[in-house]
Write a protein that binds this ligand. Sequence first.
Ligand code: ATP
Ligand code: MG
Length: 142
Amino acid sequence: MAGNYTLTIIKPDAFGSGKAGKIIAHLEQQGFRILASRVMHLTQAQAGEFYAVHRERPFYGSLVSFMTSGSCMPIVLEKADAVASLRTAIGATDPAQADAGTVRKLYAESKERNAIHASDSDENAAREARFFFAESEILAAR
Ligand code: ATP
Ligand code: MG
């Protein structure tokens, strides 16, 4: 299964402004298939743990506040070479630097409020998928 799936989150800026449907349609058009999904409002503890790798960064507190500011939508997506393919599809962290046609160029507000998360390695995709979903939920759709 490694290499064929990744974890995305439609972040609170995009979910709250009604862009989830457009973003999912955009990704499905590029060949991603939804394996598992839910709508949830992250707690401070969940957001802090999810982005723990950034704990020492100056933007960490603000990032956790943003990620807990409203509902979001974690989704496990399947596609060949899923991690790299989704990173390309979402574009650079800062929408001002993102390529034309990427999710962040189309839908992000700012470097922090940037519409979407994507796992950055197969190892993190596995960890992050299990952060939100039981293995049985992911396997059910395969
Ligand atoms: P993500 O992990 O959410 O997919 P990314 O891998 O493109 O994003 P990271 O460096 O992992 O970028 O940063 C995680 C998130 O923290 C970014 O998506 C953004 O929301 C926020 N962030 C990163 N750098 C900054 C910054 N300099 N100022 C404000 N927010 C930032
Ligand atoms: Mg990242």
